[in-house]
Write a protein of this length. Structure first.
Length: 310
């Protein structure tokens, strides 16, 4: 499900699975009192050339992983999708990382069923009257053992997944939290194949990547940058050599226009993966078919809308 409507998963093409166009790191209580403002025209002028650049390099689908509460702007994303020619996906859900400072108060007071219904409503009716529907459920935790509110978010994500078919992507980091999340999925009767371990590269014991992939999870290594090319190649090779290349996702967590910063702050382009990283994969012995598995087939499978069962 893109910001301009549904597409066939098989047509998504080369996909960047975790990037950002705009972010607002303003704590929720502060945002509620006096939200920072920005000019969409200024954001478009900054970001559009970077989106056109990756389209010229062969990218066809761009997943904007900006969470609810951190600057998600459905109108902006739809406009940039139209002007760049890229398919763009956006999120629903809530973000508990960074010690809950971006969580609305209602998250603490609501049940998991009530939270899920908010996200299901965005799937059914669109985001804030825009008609734009989310493409996946983006949640986040703080990286250690799950707290009560984090467990509630994961349970709510499972309920929303079962009602909508959207994949659940959780900003997680270390394996301790990831395997707690897998336990919650199991309790809720949701397959690990409907869950993405976002920021799995933070976990330095790569055998844990393999263990989660063995359960069927998507392992998202989404911090590629020019200084860490070799490390990311070796992480992908580790999963390939263990037989789990088909559970591997790779992206950059790059961008973005930072609301409140002069000229939007320092922007990290989206093209390093498509130039330097893919070149390094091929030099490491990855075949064209294996590169297509990581960059085309896996994202299409991960973000496809699952059949909803009664």
């Amino acid at each position: 499900m893109t910001v301009r409507g549904p597409i066939a998963a098989a047509t998504a093409g080369m996909t960047l699975v975790h990037e950002h166009i705009l972010a607002n790191f303003q704590p929720y209580d502060e945002w509620e009192r006096a939200p920072r403002t920005y000019d969409r025209d200024v954001v478009v002028a900054l970001v559009l050339p970077h989106l056109k650049r990756i389209r010229d390099l062969g990218c066809r689908t761009f997943v904007d992983a900006t969470a609810v509460g951190l600057g998600r702007d459905a109108v902006l994303l739809r406009r940039l999708s139209e002007e760049s020619g890229l398919n763009v996906l956006c999120t629903t859900g809530n973000y508990a990382a960074v010690n809950y400072q971006f969580l609305p108060r209602y998250v603490f007071d609501s049940s998991d069923e009530q939270l899920a219904q908010r996200w299901i409503s965005e799937w059914l009716n669109g985001i804030d009257g825009t008609g734009v529907r989310p493409g996946f459920i983006k949640l986040s935790v703080n990286g250690g053992r799950l707290s009560d509110v984090e467990r509630k978010l994961i349970r709510a994500g499972c309920l929303a997944h079962r009602a909508t078919g959207m994949v659940i992507g959780v900003h997680t980091g270390p394996a301790e939290a990831a395997f707690d999340e897998l336990d919650v999925l199991r309790e809720m009767g949701v397959s690990p194949s409907s869950w993405m371990w976002i920021h799995a590269q933070v976990e330095k014991d790569w055998s844990r990547h393999v263990a989660a992939a063995r359960q069927g999870a998507w392992i998202s290594l989404d911090g590629v940058n020019a200084e860490r090319i070799d490390e990311f190649v070796r992480m992908v090779a580790n999963l390939r050599d263990a037989g789990f290349l088909r559970r591997t996702l790779v992206s950059q967590d790059a961008g973005w226009y930072s609301v409140g910063q002069p000229q939007g702050g320092k922007f990290r382009p989206y093209d390093v993966l498509l130039t330097q990283f893919l070149t390094a994969l091929r030099a490491h012995g990855f075949s064209a078919d294996e590169v297509d598995t990581v960059m085309v087939r896996n994202p299409a499978a991960a973000f496809r809308i699952r059949t909803v069962r009664a």
